[in-house]
Design a protein around this ligand. Structure first.
Ligand SMILES: *Cc1c(COP(=O)(O)O)cnc(C)c1O
Length: 380
């Protein structure tokens, strides 16, 4: 089965991890700051804060901007559940916003209608790896003095109007899960130009304690204070070494992802019933995933039939995502319902994610294209 995504690990990656395993510091040592510096440079931000997952990164961001009981945070319906869950961790309420039909990115035309006195932040999700319209979003957020959070877990290595993803929102969230662009096994990063917020998040990832063990060793002191309620969301040194080593390849990997995506788009241009998502002008798409709507003839009646047909051909298609507001948890606790985000709901019934990862061979790409053309012929 050709999976929809897969990590690439080189001998250099393994050597980098091994070197840390042989050193004195397995966690909270020098590799963390080294990785943070390298990541911040890549993303074009002043600060990068490394944490134990993308979910922890979202939680740290929500905490840093002061989401609490009674807060509302606007979150697109078409995303991974963790985007909304992080608001709930802070006792806040996610307010779900629909997406644009062509791109499945946040529908900013509807944004101001959802802003209330309780709104604490706006979250934009760079769905599939395409950066949102940040100029528009920053304008709206600025008019209402709200922080803009970019869930850029899909978009590392992407660009918007020439600017790197990671420098576009007030807080930018990344995941280092194996299926994402670069990996540390599990891991996450927040980038920001706001040093005060970065400091809050560094304290938050370390139980709310104001100095870490490494700093105390350097300062030859045992004394520390817990000044906030935090968590253990630290990323280990050997994970940071892996992520640093992976970062070296990122630009080449994004380029390879773009080549594969273009091959798909070219092939499906002439295939009935397959519609890749639209591209916005002046962006560089990072293609975490390749998503298309499938709606040929009888096929649009049942996407799940197509799902099984692809799997039977050895093509590991997937669905990203089931709209978050329709999950039983959100229906139960936040009284969300069908019809609330009709574009996301309709898209979710039509989309499939096709395999896309840097180490796919040209033969793999052709296999996917052949399977799509064969299945769409059968079902049209
Ligand atoms: C992967 C992902 C996350 C969560 O990242 P983890 O590292 O798996 O916790 C959050 N939001 C989006 C959009 C993601 O794709």
């Amino acid at each position: 089965m050709l999976p929809y995504g897969k990590q690439s690990i080189s001998d250099e990656d393994i050597a980098a991890v091994t070197a840390v395993l042989r050193s004195d510091w397995l966690t909270t040592g020098p590799a963390v700051a080294k990785f943070e510096k390298k990541f911040a440079e890549f993303a074009g931000a002043k600060e990068a804060v490394a944490v134990s997952s993308g979910t922890a990164a979202l939680h740290a961001a929500m905490h840093a901007i002061g989401v609490n009981r009674g807060s509302e945070v606007i979150v697109p319906a078409m995303t991974f559940a963790a985007t909304a869950n992080s608001v709930v961790y802070c006792q806040g309420k996610p307010v779900f916003i629909d997406v644009e039909p062509g791109t499945l990115l946040i529908d900013h035309k509807n944004l101001e209608n959802l802003i209330s006195k309780r709104t604490k932040a706006i979250v934009a999700v760079d769905y599939a790896g395409q950066p949102c319209d940040y100029e528009e979003l920053r304008d709206i957020a600025g008019r209402h003095s709200l922080p803009l959070i970019g869930d850029a877990c899909h978009a590392l290595g992407g660009r918007y109007h020439g600017q790197a993803v990671g420098s576009l929102a007030d807080l930018n969230i990344f995941s280092l899960h194996p299926v994402k662009h670069i990996t540390s096994g599990e891991g996450g990063v927040i980038t920001t130009d706001d040093s005060r917020l970065a400091e809050r998040m560094r304290i938050f990832r370390n139980h709310g304690i104001s100095t870490d063990h490494f700093r105390r060793e350097q300062m030859k002191t045992w004394y520390y204070e817990m000044i906030d309620l935090g968590y253990n969301y630290r990323l280990t040194d050997f994970q940071c070494a892996l992520a640093s080593s992976q970062l070296t390849n990122l630009s080449a990997w994004v380029q390879r992802r773009q080549v594969i995506a273009r091959a798909y788009c070219r092939a499906f241009d002439k295939t009935n019933g397959v519609m890749p998502l639209e591209l916005k002008p002046d962006i560089s798409h990072a293609y975490h995933i390749f998503v298309a709507r499938f709606c040929a003839g009888a096929a649009d009646a049942d996407r799940d039939l197509l799902f099984r047909a692809f799997r039977a051909e050895g093509i590991g298609v997937n669905v990203h995502y089931f709209p978050v507001h329709l999950h039983p948890f959100y229906r139960r606790h936040f009284k969300t319902r069908e019809g609330q985000c009709p574009v996301a709901e309709a898209a979710s019934r039509e989309i499939l994610t096709l395999p896309l990862f840097p180490r796919m061979s040209d033969l793999d790409i052709q296999d996917v294209i052949n399977a799509v053309q064969k299945i769409m012929r059968e079902f049209s």
